[in-house]
Design a protein around this ligand. Structure first.
Ligand SMILES: [Zn+2]
Length: 283
């Protein structure tokens, strides 16, 4: 699933390509995708796109006339600018926004469970849109005290807290693992147990990991998200491979139905979590 760096690069690429282009038509291909009835989808037709933006993991289009399209791609949604489609829509098609110049902003979903969503909102609707109003601060450039406040003092597992968009926006499982590796924090560290030194390491790591990932993403993503990518994460998805910092074999432990990858030398003082069932009770 794309996270802050990839979605930010995509929003910037789409903004450069779409700003000023007039919407010539909108077609919803799947009933589950469009979550709003008012303003109607047709209200977008004839209006120029003003801006494409990202907040958290949401992509937004501001359209003239005080209209906004907010897109949540979820796990399997894909958004790209493509030549206007002809013929019957593909099975993966969710929504097309046709633009002048025979281009279309296409939302597809590569999964039979349709979770991606599109909301068409007016100014008041955007201001009250809960997925946006509930988002925590953006992590890049966020100060230590803002991080402390965002994470809270509770007993949540840090990896879970990092992925909770209401605490801090835009981080998913891939960058949460990479940030914890970069900060040399153990997989089940508690958000509320970080001392000043650990918190400072976390803040520096989050900034560095996300900033570097954003720079890389800008180099390869413009108006389409690549399906397969070379290694762009340091540890996420790479258990069994050598740690990029010390060469130790990366280990993994089951956590909330996925693998949390860590370096025993860098993060746990050599400890390897053998009882993988235990980790299920820790979230
Ligand atoms: Zn290491």
């Amino acid at each position: 699933m794309p996270e802050l760096p990839e979605l930010q690069a995509l929003a910037e690429g789409l903004d450069a390509a779409l700003a000023g282009r007039v919407v010539t038509g909108v077609r919803a291909h799947h009933p589950a995708t469009l979550k709003t009835a008012e303003p109607p989808l047709e209200a977008l037709t004839g209006q120029p796109v003003e801006r494409v933006w990202r907040r958290g993991k949401l992509i937004g289009l501001d359209v003239a006339g005080g209209l906004h399209v907010v897109i949540h791609l979820m796990q399997a949604g894909r958004l790209s600018l493509a030549p206007s489609p002809s013929g019957r829509p593909a099975r993966t098609a969710s929504l097309d926004i046709d633009l002048e110049g025979e281009r279309a902003l296409r939302l597809r979903e590569l999964s039979s469970t349709r979770r991606a969503s599109v909301h068409v909102l007016d100014d008041a609707g955007l201001a009250a849109h809960r997925p946006l109003t509930r988002l925590g601060p953006e992590p890049i450039g966020l100060g230590v005290e803002d991080w402390r406040a965002a994470l809270g003092g509770d007993g949540a597992v840090l990896h879970t807290a990092l992925r909770d968009g209401r605490r801090v926006a835009g981080i998913g499982r891939a960058y949460a693992s990479d940030i914890m590796w970069a900060a040399r924090l153990a997989p089940f560290t508690r958000a509320g147990s970080l001392d000043d030194d650990a918190l400072a390491r976390l803040v520096r790591a989050a900034d560095a990991v996300l900033t570097q990932a954003l720079e890389r993403a800008r180099g390869r993503i413009t108006t389409e998200m690549p399906n397969k990518e070379a290694r762009v994460t340091a540890v996420h998805g790479h258990h069994g491979e050598p740690c990029l910092r010390c060469g130790t074999r990366l280990e993994h432990v089951a956590f909330n139905e996925y693998d949390l990858v860590y370096c025993p030398a860098c993060q746990t003082g050599g400890r390897i979590y053998r009882d993988r069932r235990m980790s299920r009770f820790l979230d």
